[in-house]
Design a protein around this ligand. Structure first.
Ligand code: CP3
Length: 353
């Protein structure tokens, strides 16, 4: 099937585009009233993820409103630990939690490796359904958490303030941490390859908590395992390249090392100028980002000005996918997202061609 809009895939591969492509992390989420309605209908966030028809419905919702250049599978990074038997649930106000966290060497060794077409079949069914419904409008992004970020939730038992358990493990029992991360690297690679086989046209690895680590720990416990995942991925399907994006939040000190993993693009948060990031990675990878998500609280005029600044900072030429530096906040006015998306397309035209 031919894609009607392949700007996003082209930019990830640093091939010429007519406009800078744009999508928004968490573009299907609580800031949209239609998302809240579907979530209500599903009964819970997990039910929404586990019902392919509803996951497909919310994936497409932001595309009906905005001229986005990519869709992202609606799911969560914590589906893998759930499939490993940790029993994921969500509490209002406190976020995700596990009934059975993993806190001992024996528990790590007992963790099963999920079969993506069995325990995670609902995700693969959603990917297949979304591809069918998209009918080539824009490409579909699949995703996973990084081994390190999944390990933080699995050992802490959910969201955490100071990450005391997982940090304690790194210092006191590094071997146990490595065994867990090895298992997760295999699970993540299997999961992403299954998404690619089901129809995901690009994949993104979210290393949300990479920035917690001192440099030595980042290299050994986060980066090394993302590298293993990248090395195991299926990079082509039906003759088309499947680009890989790594996003490590708060880890801009490691951009060069991340670019050397063999990925195609790096996500960058808003604490670094994207132009400086471009100078540092050169022509090794494309970049995705990096407007401060809080800019969307501002007026339409301010949003346009801030979009322009990010575009100018990256400068002319391909290799930029516009996005926020992290997920969109639930209180944002959807009209402001339209302002952002339209501004990216309009203001980026002079940078190409
Ligand atoms: O970008 C997209 O639109 C795709 C969907 C997506 C979700 N979660 C949906 C979601 C993606 C890519 C994720 C990834 C994810 N999940 C990450 C990494 C991304 C990042 O932000 O760095 C993390 C750390 C999680 C774990 C998780 N899931 C958290 C911390 C929460 C928020 C809890 C809260 O109440 O704020 C979730 C739930 C979640 N995942 C929501 C959505 C839309 C909100 C759930 C709801 O409807 O209440």
């Amino acid at each position: 099937m031919t894609l009607k809009n392949d700007r996003f895939l082209k930019a990830l591969l640093r091939q010429p585009v007519d406009r800078t492509p744009v999508w928004i992390m968490r573009q299907a989420g609580r800031y949209l009233p239609e998302y809240r309605a579907t979530r209500e209908k599903a009964g819970s966030f997990m039910q929404l993820c586990q019902t392919p028809e509803l996951a497909c419905e919310v994936t497409l919702q932001p595309l009906e409103r905005f001229e986005l250049d990519a869709a992202i599978l609606f799911s969560d990074i914590l589906t893998i630990p759930d499939a490993m038997g940790l029993e994921l649930y969500f509490t209002t106000g406190e976020g995700p939690a596990f009934r059975k966290p993993v806190q001992t060497r024996a528990a790590v060794d007992a963790l099963p490796l999920p079969d993506p077409e069995q325990e995670l079949r609902y995700v693969m069914d959603a990917v297949r359904l979304i591809r069918r419904e998209l009918d080539g409008r824009v490409p579909l992004i699949g995703f996973s958490g990084s081994p390190w970020t999944l390990a933080t939730y699995m050992v802490e038992g959910g969201s955490s303030k100071n990450f005391s358990r997982i940090k304690g493990l790194l210092f006191d029992e590094p071997e146990t941490a490595h065994r867990l991360l090895e298992k997760l690297a295999r699970a993540v690679a299997d999961y992403l390859n299954a998404q690619i086989a089901a129809g995901a046209q690009a994949v993104m690895i979210f290393d949300t908590w990479g920035g917690l680590l001192m440099p030595e720990h980042f290299r050994t416990f986060s980066l090394a395992y993302m590298q293993r995942v990248v090395e195991q991925l299926q990079r082509e399907r039906d003759g088309q390249p499947v680009p890989v994006i790594l996003f490590s939040k708060g880890a801009d000190g490691h951009l060069e090392a991340m670019a050397d993993t063999g990925c195609d693009a790096l996500g960058v948060d808003w604490t670094i100028e994207i132009g400086q990031a471009r100078t540092r990675v050169g022509d090794r990878v494309a970049l995705q980002g990096n407007l401060d998500p809080s800019a969307l609280y501002a007026s339409p005029e301010t949003i346009r000005r801030e979009v322009q600044k990010v575009l100018q900072s990256f400068g002319p030429g391909s290799g930029h996918v516009f996005n926020l530096g992290h997920g969109i906040h639930p209180e944002i006015n959807p009209e402001h997202v339209k302002v952002l998306v339209d501004a990216v397309h309009e203001l980026s035209a002079p940078l190409h061609g």
